[in-house]
Structures are given as structure tokens and as C-alpha cells.
Design a protein around this ligand. Structure first.
Ligand SMILES: *Cc1c(COP(=O)(O)O)cnc(C)c1O
Length: 395
């Protein structure tokens, strides 16, 4: 393991502080390091591997696609594209889909869509209102709408015309709205910023506000979408539909892919041929992944499984909250949960790793739980046992 780490560290740009762990393979909800030690994965590679590891159906579909055709460019059509787009349209409740290569790129596309739409409607400013504690990605555009100042500051000047409002505070959004406002962007459940769950009345209020003022409502469901909160997309759980929906992470279960989708009216008044593109966005391999992942989600009724097991997971987390003083609260929806801690979250995650449990942080004070959606009650029990053993050793 040490050799791999030093080899990697001598050649890669040091932008990540990684854990001392070299992973080799995965199976179900478990990952294995190069010594063969098993880790119960409650991070899913940051909400990506929702089907778990080593899914045979997905693997064989991808292998078959690799043998057949990996890339065509977007100059041509291919069957996986038609299938993935049709299926994503159906499950997302949107009308038109664009495939990108990552979440960040999908956000960029959504921002461009909003800009073009506003211009078309005579609003040439198209200001965007985003939320504090939000995370939308690291490119210049996505960073401009990300609500953490320390991420933005070193890279200013960024894309202009962005204002930040307070999440779950409708009045703070209303205060920022002017005739220049073109779109409101938010995660229905904020992930990186600390696992903050939108209140029903907040999303409903935003929807009404957007109707009244002709503003586009954009949901970034890159992390909270695809079954994670107990419905295929979080908006469906709230019954509040966005005009533009941004997806990535779990839609490819590890194959890099992102997508943004929109209602027909938005499509008709925004991006036209020549306005947007990508060389391999929506290539046959990525589309085969999306298409097969959607089939598996539907067949395995994963959103329903999340809804059924959420009370059990929440009960276990609440037990930990009651038992350990270092936990001061819990926030979350479905299989996207956070325990707020008075001790550095990174220390807890590090100790858990040593016990064979992988977790992620969400800021300095939140331990985040993003298990594969296939986990069982038994694995939830195992998670709590391992976490308790880790807690004994920290803080
Ligand atoms: C991960 C994430 C992104 C960025 O996606 P990448 O695939 O890393 O580019 C954007 N928004 C949210 C909510 C995310 O969780």
C-alpha cells in the first residue's frame, strides 16, 4: 500500500487530502484494500455507487458495450443514447435531456440554458440566486454559484450576476429577487455544505415565486437524486417540480456521466444547435451505464427500499446521537444523513476507517452517511457497531 501511495503522490497534483487506503476491489456494500481487508462502505464514493460494487448485470452490459462501441461523437446517433435519454426523461419527469461528463459540466449546461432562456425573454442580465452552503462544482461557472466563500475567493473574478440567499429562508430569497433575476438554483438536500434538508414550504414558496416572476427554478439533484432520498428524484418526494433538473453521480454508478434536463417550454426557448456541446458527453458507454442503471433501479425498486429502510437507519443514528455527547444533532432525508459533531468529523471518519467502515465528512462538523442504496438492516447494524468501536477511540 505504501508504495502505491508514494508513487501516486510523486506524480499527481496534490489537490486532495486522501486517506491512507489503497482500494482494490468491491463487492456489494463492501470495498477491499490491497491487503484483503474489508470495508463496509457508507460513502458510496460520495453518493455514486448506489447499486453497490460488482453488480453483474451492469458489468456485463458495460463489457458488451465496450466490445461493441465506446465512442461515436455527437455527429451521429446510437441506440444507447436513445434508450438512456428516453428512460431518464421518464424517471425524471423532464422533457429533454442533455448528457455531459460530470456533475459540474451538467451545472454549466444548466446555467447556460438559464442565461439563454432569460435573454430570449428580454432579460439580458439573467442574475442567478443560489444558496449559502450550496455546492455545485469547481469549474469557473459552477464555482460562481457555490455558496462557500473559501472555495470561490482564490479564483475570483468569477462569473458575475450571482447572489446568495439563505437556504430554507424564503424571505431572504425574495429580498434578492429583481427584474434581473433569471433563475434560482438549489439542492433540495444540500450535500457537501453539511446535509441541510429543504423544508416543504420553502420549495413550494420558491415554485410559486418563480411562477409569479417568470424565473426558472433549477434543482441540483446530483447528490440527492436517483433514489437517495426515497423517491427517484427528490423533487418527486416534495411534489415540487423544477424547470431544469441537474443529475450526475449515481446515474452512471461509477461511469463518469452527468445530465441536465428541462421542461419542453424551457427547451423551446433556450439552447439551439451550436449553443452547447461536448465531444464524448452521452457516448455509447456512458449511455449504456445510465440505461442499465435505470433498469436496475426500477427492477430492484430501490427508491422503495430506501423509503422502507430509512426509519431503521434514522433510529440507529438517533440512538448514537442519544448515547454519545460528541454528537449534537442529526439531519437528513432517506439515505443521505449527517450526524453533527462537536469533534472534528475527519477524526471520526479516520477512526471508522480503521474499524473497517468508510464514511464521508460534510464540512468540518458533520459525519455524512451515503450508503449504497442496496444495503440491508444487517449492514446498518454492522455500521453502528463499527462506528461505536471507532467512537471509543476518538475525542
Ligand atoms: C458532486 C456534486 C457536484 C459536482 O459534480 P462532479 O461530478 O464532481 O463534477 C455538483 N453538485 C452537487 C450537489 C454535488 O454533490
Amino acid at each position: 500500500m505504501d508504495q502505491t501511495i508514494s508513487k501516486a503522490e510523486s506524480a499527481i497534483l496534490h489537490t486532495y487530502n486522501r486517506y491512507d487506503l489503497v482500494l482494490e476491489k468491491g463487492d456489494g456494500a463492501y470495498l477491499y484494500d490491497t491487503d484483503g481487508k474489508a470495508y463496509l462502505d457508507f460513502g458510496s464514493g460520495i453518493g455514486v455507487s448506489s447499486l453497490g460494487y460488482g453488480n453483474k448485470t451492469l458489468q456485463s452490459a458495460l463489457k458488451k458495450q465496450i466490445d461493441q462501441l465506446i465512442h461515436t461523437s455527437n455527429l451521429y446517433y446510437h441506440e444507447p443514447l436513445a434508450q438512456a435519454a428516453e428512460k431518464l426523461k421518464t424517471i425524471s419527469g423532464m422533457d429533454r435531456v442533455f448528457f455531459a461528463n460530470s456533475g459540474t459540466e451538467a451545472i454549466e449546461g444548466a446555467l447556460k440554458t438559464a442565461r439563454k432562456y432569460a435573454k430570449q425573454k428580454g432579460n439580458s442580465a439573467c442574475e442567478i440566486i443560489s444558496m449559502e452552503h450550496s455546492f455545485h462544482g469547481r469549474s469557473m461557472g459552477a464555482l460562481s454559484v457555490t455558496g462557500t466563500e473559501s472555495y470561490r475567493e482564490p479564483f475570483e473574478p468569477l462569473v458575475g450576476g450571482v447572489k446568495f440567499a439563505i437556504f430554507n429562508d424564503l424571505e431572504s430569497v425574495k429580498e434578492q429577487v429583481t427584474e434581473k433575476t433569471g433563475a434560482i438554483l438549489l439542492e433540495p438536500v444540500q450535500g457537501e455544505g453539511g446535509v441541510f434538508v429543504a423544508e416543504q414550504s420553502f420549495l413550494q414558496g420558491l415554485r410559486t415565486l418563480c411562477e409569479e416572476k417568470g424565473i426558472l427554478l433549477i434543482f441540483d439533484e446530483i447528490q440527492c437524486g436517483m433514489g437517495r432520498t426515497g423517491s427517484m428524484f427528490a423533487w418527486q418526494g416534495y411534489g415540487v417540480q423544477p424547470d431544469i433538473l441537474v443529475m450526475a453521480k449515481a446515474i452512471g454508478n461509477g461511469v463518469p456521466v452527468g445530465a441536465f434536463a428541462m421542461k419542453e417550454e424551457v427547451a423551446q426557448n433556450s439552447l439551439k444547435p451550436g449553443d452547447h456541446g461536448t465531444t464524448y458527453g452521452g457516448n455509447p458507454l456512458a449511455c449504456q451505464a445510465v440505461s442499465t442503471v435505470i433498469d436496475l433501479f426500477t427492477e430492484q425498486k430501490l427508491a422503495e427500499h430506501v423509503r422502507r429502510l430509512t426509519p431503521y437507519l434514522e433510529e440507529k443514528l438517533d440512538t448514537l446521537l442519544a448515547k454519545y455527547d460528541l454528537f449534537t444533532g442529526r439531519r437528513g432525508k432517506g439515505f443521505m444523513q449527517g450526524l453533527i459533531t462537536s469533534c472534528p468529523a475527519g477524526k471520526i471518519v479516520e477512526a471508522a476507517k480503521q474499524e473497517g467502515l468508510l464514511l464521508v465528512t460534510a464540512g468540518a462538523q458533520v459525519v455524512r452517511f451515503l450508503p449504497p442504496l442496496i444495503i440491508t438492516e444487517k449492514e446498518i447494524d454492522e455500521m453502528t457497531e463499527k462506528l461505536e468501536r471507532a467512537l471509543v477511540r476518538v475525542c
